[in-house]
Write a protein that binds this ligand. Sequence first.
Ligand code: SAM
Length: 285
Amino acid sequence: MNESASLLSRMPSLYVVATPLGNLQDLSPRACAILAAVDVIAAEDTRHSQRLLDAFGINTRLVAVHQHNEQEAAGRIVDWLVAGRQVALITDAGTPAISDPGARLVARVRSAGHPVTPVPGACAAVAALSVAGIVEGGFRFVGFLPAKAAARRGALMKLADEREALVFYEAPHRVTACVADMADVLGGEREVLIARELTKLYEEIASMPLAEAGAWFAADADRGRGEFVLVVHGATAREELNAGAVRVLELLLAELPLKTAVRLAAEITGAPRNGLYSHALEHCQ
Ligand code: SAM
């Protein structure tokens, strides 16, 4: 192991500290020691974070930094650093600034010339990826898709040909609509890993073709509850559609809505649904 840095730098710094997703034992000893040693902790939700601090017997003062006051709070935090105080940043769970507040504060502190130090730990996206078995290629972190169906489908269309695995965060009240749209737009044959309630009592990790994800949720009402990461395997090289498949698709598109035409063309010709979908979008609207 390498020599480790001493706990707090002599220079007043902002420590960006990852906190557990659920299982308190995932708070690292270093994170715990830094949270106890700094002068102030900036937290997304002070009441939520107070419970974490209480569990570890940490008495450090908490101040609220959330998406609605981040700019203004960043000014105060820079003033504290100038005055020689050490500051930590945490969010409700996982790594700050990853689909969470913090990036603006980090940018402001860095541009003011103060050190920003990561204290790594839990991150839902990385935890899900670590069990997804993505052997080749990298991954693309998408985070939350738009909440409205049309915008969500539009965002998915832009990702349909991406060869890297796609990592999404999703809220429980949208997760079934989201996997249905993914199956339609990305293709039902693509593999998805559903990582639910990671590190918590009801943790569940399952993978299946996207076409089967709706049935997986329907099989147990509890599966629609909690927090989710979805990891969708990347697109395989788009196969050239043969002329027959294209002709069938175009005839169907002349009579039917796009989604139905693509589904029927795939059934009739055996051509890949995502290839047909992309062709329909590119050539027939
Ligand atoms: N910054 C956090 C991180 O590093 O993991 C993510 C914050 S984002 C506001 C919250 C989303 O992360 C949830 O909606 C869910 O998609 C995902 N998430 C957080 N905790 C999770 C858990 N225990 N299991 C699965 N997904 C989780």
